[in-house]
Ligand binder design. Structure first.
Ligand code: PMP
Length: 358
């Protein structure tokens, strides 16, 4: 059994202990065949069945229509910031972005290297504490880019725009945490290292007709069509990350799939936000309507109190709760594998701390 802390880290983050145990075993001896998962060929029949199974699990768990491809890439979500405009921002068109936080801003910066970019709405005026929803798309929009969950600021989009242009969404920090309608999007991307598996893998789900709209030659490793046409095996894929993601998605399926984990995620978030609102020492940072279920941001009303709580939480084995440097305060991440008991332990500690300070 792995000894555990309460891991509230924002990513890479907690994975189920059963997944860790299976992964550890596969590193030593995979399926009792005398080889480690780290030393098998990605062209072996055994690994091909892993990649196929992982793709099928993604399809099943997210209800991905047949008209979409499921691709496995590398380079993290950050590579997608440039790959999306490289593939889809054609001359004479404009890419529209919602500026909802740190990662959206990074995506915008990269896209500007490739063409005309318009920020159609921004919540920068209020330190990104909300998701703007009042904007218009100009004629000739190549795509609209969204970030469904803003990992650093702790806001999440609960309604997606129904627009006449292709929609691209960075779902790095909330994919597999709740039900989505894949048909609302033309391309979804996500770094794996939150709810899918370990770092090193990037998931892309793309509508085939959107991929077919690319009509120029691109460097192979930046061309989505190459991944699709080679079943994500144009070069060596991240074998171990894919394997552990498969284990994790099997775990998710056994938990009842995305529908059931969403209920659990709602309970965890309610419990913590409830305490933040009740506790006289803390303030939540995100607007109520856009509070993320994955990354809960809050701050102590008094800086010294905050430092003392941080120390106490560390003593009690709670890790990963420090807010991102641009935001400060606390950020508590409640990804799929984080048990309700960890949130309960944190809430009990917040109450205890309030009594100590009073
Ligand atoms: N987008 C979002 C929403 C993120 O949370 C992150 C960080 N995990 C990134 C993009 C960047 O991802 P990566 O580190 O995989 O490049």
């Amino acid at each position: 059994m792995i000894s555990k802390k309460h891991n509230f880290g924002a990513g890479p983050c907690i994975l189920p202990s059963t997944v860790m145990e299976q992964a550890a075993q596969a590193v030593l001896d995979w399926n009792s065949n005398g080889l480690s998962i780290l030393e098998v060929s990605h062209r072996s029949v055994e690994f091909e069945s892993v990649i196929t199974k992982t793709q099928l699990l993604v399809r099943e768990l997210l209800n991905v229509p047949d008209s979409y491809s499921v691709l496995f890439l590398q380079g993290g979500a950050s590579t997608q910031f440039s790959m999306v405009p490289l593939n889809f921002l054609k001359k004479g068109r404009k890419a529209c972005y919602l500026d909802t936080g740190y990662f959206a801003k990074k995506a915008i910066k990269e896209a500007r290297l490739f063409g005309d970019v318009e920020i159609v709405a921004s919540s920068r005026d209020k330190a990104y504490c909300y998701i703007p929803d009042n904007y218009e798309l100009s004629h000739g929009t190549a795509y609209l880019h969204l970030t469904s969950n803003n990992t650093i600021e702790g806001t999440e989009m609960f309604a997606f725009p129904k627009v006449a242009v292709p929609v691209v969404c960075d779902m790095s920090s909330d994919i597999f945490s709740r039900e989505i309608n894949v048909r609302d999007f033309d391309l979804i991307y996500a770094g794996a290292q939150k709810n899918m598996g370990p770092a090193g893998l990037t998931l892309v789900i793309a509508k085939n007709s959107f991929l077919d709209s690319v009509n120029c030659e691109l460097p192979s490793m930046s061309d989505y069509r190459i991944y699709r046409d080679n079943n994500s095996m144009f070069n060596t894929p991240p074998v171990f990350s894919i394997y552990v993601s498969m284990l994790n998605l099997i775990w998710l399926k056994e938990m009842g799939g995305v529908k059931e984990i969403e209920k659990l995620n709602i309970s965890k978030a309610r419990l913590l936000y409830g305490e933040i609102d009740r506790n006289s020492l803390f303030d939540g940072l995100a607007n109520l309507a856009h509070r993320s279920r994955m990354n809960v941001t809050f701050r102590a009303k008094d800086e010294r109190t905050g430092a003392a709580f941080f120390e106490l939480a560390s003593e009690r084995g709670m890790v990963g709760i420090r807010g991102y440097r641009t935001v400060g305060g606390f950020r508590v991440s409640l990804y799929n594998a984080l048990p309700l008991e960890s949130v309960e332990a944190l809430v009990v500690l917040m109450r205890e701390f309030e009594q100590m300070v009073a």
